[in-house]
Design a protein around this ligand. Structure first.
Ligand code: ZN
Length: 529
């Protein structure tokens, strides 16, 4: 096999007097590993149909190692030429490439998806059956179905939270995935093909294919070996065609625990304590996409469901929790936050989780419930903890009630985590060094983003929250009740303090090598200061 690269002759030249050549043996081991690796990759590839798998594995065993070896050498040389790697980085880079063969536990194993993905409508009818009804007799149907399935599959493999399909020019549509909060162009597809893909998704989502301008909503699901994933689809007519946004509601990815969301030990302990209390109110604040719901779920996850009756009102339900009663908002059917809250209060639950406080009625009832023996958890769209207090007062809650009902307010933002497989020690600028020395900070563990196959070349994989946790103590209660600050002053001062706290929490995570300064700056810069 070594002769594929002519290695045999090279090694033969080095052969010495030992009964075996160490170089030859090493090369043989290396080649053996490459063979196994090729077969493993081919065996896991979702692009190969099951019936051709034996054939492809055999082919990979003989041809794969040579191709892999050449690709690896070319890739490394290109990286060095582009200045992304220096010769001294190569051993580390090689090691990372090898480690990529063992994806971390959080990555969805490719083999668990494979051709086993099956798209269906929410009633459980198969994709092909549904689509055939709409586009009967077309020869290219199978290709469109395969393409749609592949796009969904790759979104799941890439950990995408959203898939966006929209027209770019008259001839081309772009497919973008939102991964770790940022959009990436996944691929571009020719107009006619992409319209067919859009139609197939609309058909399976129970939407009207003929209606291309009016906004529509729908949903479909994918069955995988380890569970089901739901997709919420929204379509609308835009300039030059039709736009599709698909939200991935992945039930198979386990819930994040309170220990994993990014809280420091002290805050974690206090929040656990507050959750054990029979009454009170926990507010989680931030803009859209700041991970508020994830924090809410993490807190719910610590609940003792045997002893407490937990009811949630959500829009939409993002995770099914079998031990809790979950209500989904449906404005068209008249199910709103306010009237759901009113009806569940009559059933006297122990814990109430309100997906989002948006209106005066919900705000009033939530505060009241918190004072009458219920633990209320809710999210609120507010820029900082102080802004949250002002927002609640804007919604008509009296400061005195607010002061006595609230237990804790948490404001948060999400930063991307450095990819564990490729992060490397950062080189600090002189001013950054000085800053660390002046503030007595240990800069040993500061890391930088590099990029590898696992993280799609971005250097980041997954996210963590940076947060400001504010307990309602006597001082705060007094300030709230005595009205020493106007709401505008409160919000202004609050945002400024929040910015400082958030940066401090962010810098701690930079010092631990969890994220980078660029990330912390990115999410805190729009706050000003
Ligand atoms: Zn990486």
């Amino acid at each position: 096999m070594t002769d594929l690269l002519g290695l045999g002759e090279v090694i033969a030249g080095i052969d010495g007097t030992l009964p075996f050549s160490p170089v030859k043996t090493l090369c043989l081991i290396f080649w053996f590993y490459l063979c196994l690796y090729s077969v493993q990759r081919s065996d896991e590839s979702p692009l190969i149909l099951n019936r051709y798998r034996a054939l492809s594995n055999t082919a990979a065993l003989f041809v794969g190692p040579a191709i892999l070896f050449v690709l690896f050498v070319v890739d490394t040389v290109q990286k060095v030429q582009a200045g992304k790697l220096t010769w001294t980085d190569i051993p580390g880079y090689t090691l990372n490439s090898i480690l990529r063969a063992n994806p971390s536990s959080k990555a969805r194993p490719i083999s668990s998806l494979g051709p086993a993905i099956e798209l269906m409508d929410t009633a459980g009818r198969r994709f092909a059956d549904v689509y055939e009804q709409h586009a009967a007799g077309k020869r290219s149907n199978r290709e469109i179905l395969d393409l749609t399935e592949r796009l969904v599959l790759e979104a799941l493999q890439g950990r995408a939270s959203d898939i966006l399909i929209d027209p770019k020019t008259d001839e081309i549509y772009t497919i973008r995935y939102r991964i770790d909060g940022l959009l990436r162009t996944h691929e571009q597809i020719e107009n006619k093909t992409c319209m067919a893909v859009i139609n197939s998704i609309k058909a399976i989502s129970g939407m009207d294919i003929a209606e291309k301008r009016r906004p529509q909503d729908g949903a479909f699901m994918a069955r995988l070996p380890d569970g089901e994933v739901f997709f919420r689809v929204a379509s609308s007519g835009v300039l030059g065609g039709e736009k599709l946004s698909i939200r991935v509601m992945d039930q198979t990815q386990g819930l994040i625990t309170l220990g994993e969301i990014g809280l420091d030990d002290r805050s974690q302990k206090t929040i656990r304590n507050i959750i054990r209390q029979p009454s009170g109110m926990i507010l989680v604040c931030g803009p859209t996409g700041s991970g508020k719901t994830t924090t809410l779920y993490a807190m719910l996850g610590t609940m003792n469901f045997q002893e407490r009756n937990v009811v949630t009102i959500e829009d939409p339900i993002e995770h099914v929790m079998p031990q809790a009663s979950q209500i989904e908002i449906n404005v068209k059917a008249g199910v709103t936050f306010a009237n759901s809250l009113r009806s569940i209060l009559r059933q006297d639950p122990d814990v109430i989780c309100v997906g989002e406080i948006r209106d005066a009625e919900t705000a009033g009832m939530a505060v009241q419930a918190a004072q009458t023996g219920h633990l209320v958890m809710a999210t609120l769209h507010a820029s900082s903890n102080m802004a949250a207090l002002v927002r609640m007062m804007d919604l008509g809650v009296r400061p005195l009630l607010l002061a006595s009902a609230l237990s804790v307010i948490i404001s948060q933002r999400l930063v991307r985590r450095l990819c564990e497989a490729c992060k490397g020690p950062a080189e600090l600028t002189q001013s950054q060094m000085n800053y660390c020395v002046q503030n007595n900070l240990n800069q040993q563990k500061i890391m930088r983003a590099n990029g590898c196959g696992r993280c799609g070349g971005t250097g980041y994989y997954g996210r963590t929250a940076i947060m400001d946790v504010m307990y309602m103590d006597d001082n705060l209660r007094h300030m709230l009740v005595s009205n020493t600050l106007t709401p505008a002053d409160m919000k202004h001062k609050g945002d400024k303090d929040f910015f400082t706290t958030l940066r401090r929490d962010g810098i701690e995570k930079v010092l631990e090598g969890i994220t980078t300064l660029e990330e912390v700056k990115r999410v805190t810069s729009h706050l000003g200061g």
